[in-house]
Design a protein around this ligand. Structure first.
Ligand code: NAP
Length: 282
């Protein structure tokens, strides 16, 4: 029996169980993926619980993608570069190894021809939290050589800038204040990694104004990693202009599929996982 789960807080509406349980079922693997909603003072206890209960691994989500690192015995090279972990494998002897599958999930959701065009271009990333670490590393790794980090608290973005500089010394990386109205006229890809626009209290809001989106070049990509709702206000603005848009659902599927491969040591049924996720939206 393979036990898997996700830790984070709050976690009431996680879509990961639907995706992973459908995949386990399809592969005839006896196992279960559960939600372990974990307040901050219970993080250590929950990790210990999973070790004692012989969990095979778990996902890590808001707000623990950075904090989890201090509990790990080993960290994958890519996760180390980003300083954030979203998937952990527990070995038979209780050792924890951390991975970051958001990086490949994010980049592989961009169609190859669009990705090829991004080499040498400029990107703008809104937000500088856990997911932004994966997004920025993935963009720089894919050949973006000019990156603007838009932060509501620029001081908090310095750490991220430093990590990225250390690993991508040839790229130009700057921090700017995230404001409603931005001049994005030289941006080839705009990525939202803030939760603004997500279901709940900020649904229907956008981190930047429609006027900001109107400043983007006609061939720009607008990528919102929020997956609920699928079409956020930001994407709606971009679609009003016929810009190429990507929502967060494919990233969610692909990061999950990669994590499952680490846990079960077999190829993941990506189509089944995508279908299970999509059925959550109907
Ligand atoms: P996080 O670590 O809490 O970071 C959120 C970032 O957004 C921080 O930089 C924060 O700024 C900023 N922010 C929060 N509220 C804001 C507001 N009202 N206005 C402007 N900036 C704001 O969260 P995360 O783990 O990076 O996740 C962020 C989003 O990405 C969530 O919606 C999550 O669901 C989504 N996500 C999607 C996938 C996927 O597979 N599609 C994967 C990972 C995450 P401060 O530093 O100033 O607080």
């Amino acid at each position: 029996m393979i036990k898997l789960g996700v830790i984070g807080y709050p976690l009431a509406h996680s879509l990961s169980p639907a995706m992973h349980n459908a995949a386990l079922n399809f592969k005839n693997i006896e196992g279960i993926y559960t939600v372990l909603e974990t307040p901050e003072d219970k993080l250590a206890d929950t990790i210990e619980h999973m070790k004692i209960q012989n969990f095979r691994g778990f996902n890590v989500t808001i707000p623990y993608k950075v904090d989890i690192i201090k509990f790990l015995d080993e960290i994958d090279e890519l996760a180390k570069i980003t300083g954030a972990v979203n998937a952990v494998v527990i070995s038979a002897d209780g050792k924890l190894k951390g991975y970051n599958t958001d990086i490949s999930g994010f980049i592989n959701a961009i169609p190859q021809d669009k990705l090829d065009n991004l080499s040498g271009k400029k990107a703008a990333v809104l937000g500088t939290g856990g997911a932004a670490r994966a997004v920025c590393s993935a963009l720089l790794n894919a050949g973006i050589n000019n990156l603007v980090l838009y932060a509501r608290t620029p001081g908090k973005a310095e750490d991220l800038k430093e990590i990225l500089f250390f690993n991508f010394a040839d790229a130009s990386i700057s921090i700017s204040q995230l404001e409603e109205n931005l001049d994005l006229s030289d941006i080839s890809i705009l990525v939202n990694t803030t939760p603004v626009g997500m279901y709940g209290k900020s649904e229907g809001q956008s981190p930047v104004s429609e006027q900001s989106i109107d400043t983007l070049p006609d061939n720009a990509i607008v990528y919102d990693i929020i997956y609920r709702p699928k079409i956020t206000k930001l994407l709606e603005y971009a679609q009003n202009r016929n810009l190429f848009t990507i929502d967060g659902t494919e990233m969610l599927v692909l990061q999950g599929a990669k994590a499952l491969e680490y846990w079960i040591g077999q190829e993941s049924p990506v189509d089944i996982m995508r279908e299970a996720l999509n059925s959550c939206f109907v």
